[in-house]
Every structure is written in C-alpha cells, then in structure tokens.
Write a new protein. Sequence first.
Length: 316
Amino acid sequence: MREDGRAMKVAWVGGSVRARLMVSERCLGRTEAQALAGCGSLVEALGQLARGPYARGIRPELGVEDAQRAITESLLLNVRILAGWLPRFGIEPLRTLAACYELANLEDRLAYLLGGPLRPPYELGSLGVAWPAAARAQTIEELQQLLSPTRWGKPDGETPDELRVGLRLAWAKRVLEDIPEIRAWAAGALALLAARELFVSGRLLERFPEGLWSTLGREWRRAGTFAVFRAALPAHAAWPLADIETPDALWRGEAAWWTRVERDALLLMRSTTAGRSVVVGAVALLAADARRTAAALASVWRRGLPGTAEAFDAIA
C-alpha cells in the first residue's frame, strides 16, 4: 500500500508539472489572440495561427468553422495527453471536463437522426463514457437506451431540444459530483442555461426533475420576468447575471462566466500541492485560451458587422 501511495503521489506530481507546462507552452495568450483578431483577412489570420500552438490541422484554405474545429481538436488532444500522465483514478475529473466533446458528439448524432448531416466525431479515447457505443444508435429512443447505463443516464425530455437540455443537466450533475472545487462554475452555468431556455427559447422546464436544478434553489421557478428570475437565484449561481438587465444580453453573462473561470483556474493551477486542483485549473485555462483564439478568428471573419469588436473585447 505504501508503494502504491508513493506511486500515485509521483503520478500526481508528474501530471501537475505536465499540466503547468502545457499552459505555458500550448496557449496562444491574450496578447497574441488580440493580434490575431487584428489580422486583415482570414487567410492572414490562419497563416499567423499556423506558426503557433494551434498549428495542428490549420491550413490556409480552411473556412472559419473548420479552423475553429481544428482549435478545439488541439485542445482535446492536449487533454488526452495530460490524462496519460495521471494516476488511474485521477482521470475521472478529466473525463468530466472533456464531456463537452462527448456532448458535441451526442448532439451531432441526435441531429443526424433527425435528418442532419453526418459529422465526424471528436476522438475521445479513454476520456469517453458513452462514445463510440452511442454512435451506433439508429433512433432517438435507441440513443437514450444506450446512454441509460452510462454516467449520462437516460436524458430527460421528450423533444430533441429537451433532450439537449437534459444532456447539459446530466453534465452539470457530473461536475458537481466529481469536481467540488468548481461547483460555482457549474451553478453559474446552470443559471445561464435556465435563463436562456426560459427567456430566449421560451421553453418551460417543468419536465425536468427538480433535483437536477436544486443548486439554483426553488424560487426562480415562479419567476415571470427576467429581473425576478435573476433576483430569485442564490448568490453562488447568480453571479454571471450580476450586470445583465435583459435576456438579449446573456452573451455578456457567458463572457463573465469565462472571466471568472479563467481567474479561478489560475489560482487552482498555482496551488502548491500537486493534484486534481492543479490539473483542473490547467485544463480550464487551456479551454479559455482555445475559446479566445476561436473568437479571434470569428472576429476577423465578421469584421465590419455591428457588435463584432465589442463581442471580442468582452471575451478577450
């Protein structure tokens, strides 16, 4: 047991060192992202991007969506590499964080079953929970059945849009259970999800079990307006909406969410004790950098359209 404990400690030290190195070596950085956003054309931006940490998969002929996909694939590859440095039980938090990629695969499969195009999936390797088994689903009911015995569980909801909400709720539940140091991130994300569903999409949320929303309290369910909804949320969940007056400004709340995530993640990564907090913080910083880089490309592509510069400034 003593040897096993020593080996696990060494693995956590190695993983923490690797995580910190990844952040220092594989992030574009705020200054470079702003320079990228200032490029005169997408081709120029892609040429600049091809000389940095996101070079993998970047080619001058790519459209903006394919280039952004390459950025997210680079992020996933980094997380998979990092997982190889961790003790076996330490991989579970990374699986939970990487669930956004499995979620994207599941949503793409759902869209395909409804007549959409068949998109190439993200390759999750050992970070997958339900994929690639879920890729075999030929109906929505079969997809739900395949998810049922996994950590996703059978997603709540009857319509495709409700199923997407159910999957996000399942992901939030996993975060709350697996990574308690980022509970505030999950609570804030749930508040943004509820706000968008209620006041932008106009969907009722009664179909979803109350327990999945418990971190938001109870009072918000009776809110008839956005202002009342925001006031009804507990402080640990309401924080992304602090400066949001109307639902059409929820994108600012999402930017505020990422700002706090990046700030908190930096503190987690600087922990003097090697372990889960360091790794979780590093992955969040890598994700924030990838998001900012993808937003810089979108800013170049959308240059001249109203609100483009303002949107990137909020992210950067």
